[in-house]
Design a protein around this ligand. Sequence first.
Ligand code: PA5
Length: 441
Amino acid sequence: MNDKIQVITKHALNKSDETRIKTLTSRALAAKHTLESGSGAGNDFLGWLHLPTSIDEKHLQDIENSAAQLRKDCEFVITIGIGGSYLGAKCVIEALSDHFAAYKPGGTKVLFAGSNIGEDYLYDLMDLVRGHKFGIIVISKSGTTTEPGIAFRLFKDMLEKQEGKEFAMRNIIAVTDAHRGALRGLATQEGYVTYVIPDDVGGRFSVLTPVGLLPIAVAGFDIRALVAGAVEMERDGDEQILNYAIARNVLYQNGKKIEILANFTPRLHYVAEWWKQLYGESEGKQHKGIFPASVDFTTDLHSMGQWIQDGERTIFETVLSVGDQQHEVTIPADEKDLDGLNYIAGKNVDYVNKMAELGTRVAHVDGGVPNLIITMPAVTERYLGQLIYFFEKACGVSGYMLGVNPFDQPGVEDYKRNMFALLNKPGYEEQSAAIRARLKM
Ligand code: PA5
């Protein structure tokens, strides 16, 4: 297998697509130019484009030192953030971790909060860390987001009461804007170590800033290899990036309105969650955009498999196909063969999984579901770094091909306005009366 992630389009596009491919190739090249020359909409948010090659030794060392401090003092580190301020770290940590690390002793455990307003979730997490040494990484670019704000207030209060102000000051790190927002003011006042989210990097493109790198380092993973992988894609990934951007836009024009990111590797579940935010927030605008969905196979073949095989033909699949597993497990022979599985005795579990992947591809293509394939040699820091940059740049190109600004998210403000009005937040008095009248409250 190649040492870089690759895009295979032959199960997704065919002869009848030739004209469309030609037109969209020109459009993709123009979009890439717009992106690289910084001449398109949202061009003040392009800091991620050359981020991998701009990260220096001093920055990495600094993050590793902070991570070492948290690992030294803390059994748990609660990473607080939502959307782009948590999904990148969550996806990399989940992809690289032992699936059952939470139940195994040893090592600092990275836990997440502030990505929901679940009272029971917060109660259970507080219950878990009570009486244990814990630290906090609080991440918010705006510094004013409600979900992480509530979680931080709770865990800061708990930590200060449990371990004292001095321990809390040493083991709370804030990642936020250089100047703006309540979190910046609070961090300065309290004397926390802070990291800056660059002005020109939006949340969903921020995984290679301290937003992602710090929690990933705390979890014990190699952020240098992650960044090195992204550098490889920044320097030499354009062919694959364009292949993906062009193919998904051809499919969209063919009426395939939903892209399902499928994996056959359970550790990739959160890669899909990160990807959904990246593409959903970037492209879903002006009543346009491919709807990003995801499935975990073979698990979901037993739930969503029927719909994918036989439901409305508005979907295509992008399969994240992984080469090597980290470990080998061989299926044993059984003399009695009561379960009838001796036909696969002596095979690795992954061999069976690979046959499931091939069988599914043929079935879905035959059923009218084009399959794009992204091959990934293995799930390592390096290949995850490649994948992150690959998806980010393809997203910028694809968004410009669609004719939207891929770097804003005006639509996410609407629910917040209503929520603040209903919570009687100061400044929302007028909206409060209006929404209460509409809801007959
Ligand atoms: O991608 C984005 O811009 C959003 O998902 C934000 O990251 C998310 O809303 C969190 O915002 P903030 O970091 O300001 O708390």
